[in-house]
Write a protein that binds this ligand. Sequence first.
Ligand code: NAD
Length: 443
Amino acid sequence: MKISVFGTGYVGLVTGVCFAEMGNDVVCIDVDPKKVAMLRDGKSPIYEPGLDALIHNSIKGQRIQFTTDAKFAVESSDMLFIAVGTPSDVDGSADLKYVLQVAETIATHMNGYKVIINKSTVPVGTGAKVKNVVAKKLQERKTTHTFDVVSNPEFLREGNAIEDALKPSRVVVGCESEKAAQLMTRLYEPFLKSGNPMIVMDILSSEMTKYAANSMLATKISLMNEFSRVCEKVGADIENVRKGIGSDFRIGPHFIFAGVGYGGSCFPKDVRALIKAGDDQGEELEILNAVEKTNQMQRDNFFEKIQKSIGGLAGKKIAVWGVAFKPGTDDIREAPALDLIQGFLDGGAEVCAYDPVAAGHAKEHFGQNSKVSFKDDQYQVLEGATCLVIVTEWKSFKEPNFDRIKSALKSPLIFDGRNLFSLSVMKESGFNYHSIGRPAVLQ
Ligand SMILES: NC(=O)c1ccc[n+]([C@@H]2O[C@H](COP(=O)([O-])OP(=O)(O)OC[C@H]3O[C@@H](n4cnc5c(N)ncnc54)[C@H](O)[C@@H]3O)[C@@H](O)[C@H]2O)c1
């Protein structure tokens, strides 16, 4: 099939490359010429495990092209995916300007029937807006090309994106026409061979499904984080509680890990967007408001705990492990580490941080600030630091050399925002150890 994907970010690039992997002819288009130039050279502008190899395969097999030429992308394909960003606007709503720009661009160059598929996360009703923008432009052009608008929200997880895109747990399609539904079924058939479903529904429900999914996941995290605060106060251990409730099939073991709070480019903005959408309809979403508040409290509490335990921040050096919002990605959008590091700097501390892949983005984020530095080695950042703060659960942090940590730090003190270590190992290894929702280990 002939496919164009607008946007070569975390979603668009993975989507385009995975469609090409199945043999489709794919054009990936972006407005950023630097990204396109890198991709033409076979280099991925983002870190995602396995992505480089697939880009290389598709280029070699001549199944993928990268371009900034919208006319070429529209004219050469029948199925046009929109996978551009929908960042939070100042009032929390999703900013649709990129999505609607792409819709207009598509209409400007349409040369026949097209299926316009929205993969960006968009508020309920966006399908109709896209349809209006396209219809208006076609009218201006005095052309009578027909088109269908489809909603096809994306559920991939950064860090597992290739596997999620090649073997999706489900494909949700919001559709108004039989013709478009058939094309979507044909396109996704090879991805659903193991029996996972394609769920076809109306466009409004499909758009809502994506927000409901992310809000549900964010709620699970915030609820566990709320439990963790009580655990800390009463001396219970949230890890034991997690195992105790996760074995109940009605609750399940997934996504119930307490920590320093969720971040990333999706949960925070999607929760805010659904709250705003509710407000616009006169529905106050009390649970989601609490989810957001709890998430911020979790970061603040962790920060306060560190500040209090080390007797103030001024003049201290703090070592940080992990900046990415989660392991497996270089994405630092709304990452808890950014808030924490900024707080340490504002309090007069110096920060030395390590992240295996996100350090480049973090350096850009903190700019010329001489009080924050990044090293290529996780042990180097510890030299002379008052404490180690763990924010992202990268694999290389899970079984570290505790002797090296102890000898590099000024004092054996760890603040763990991801509950990586057992309390008994910390006790035996001679650390003072503060984690989330568990009793502190004090030597
Ligand atoms: N990142 C995720 O894990 C994830 C998962 C599911 C859904 N989503 C949703 O998918 C959408 C895209 O997210 P992302 O993380 O891939 O964004 P991103 O910021 O990584 O990428 C967006 C890309 O779109 C490009 N772009 C902007 N305007 C364009 C235009 N007019 N034509 C062509 N390209 C254009 C940008 O240059 C950028 O490369 C968002 O709505 C997001 O909420 C993201």
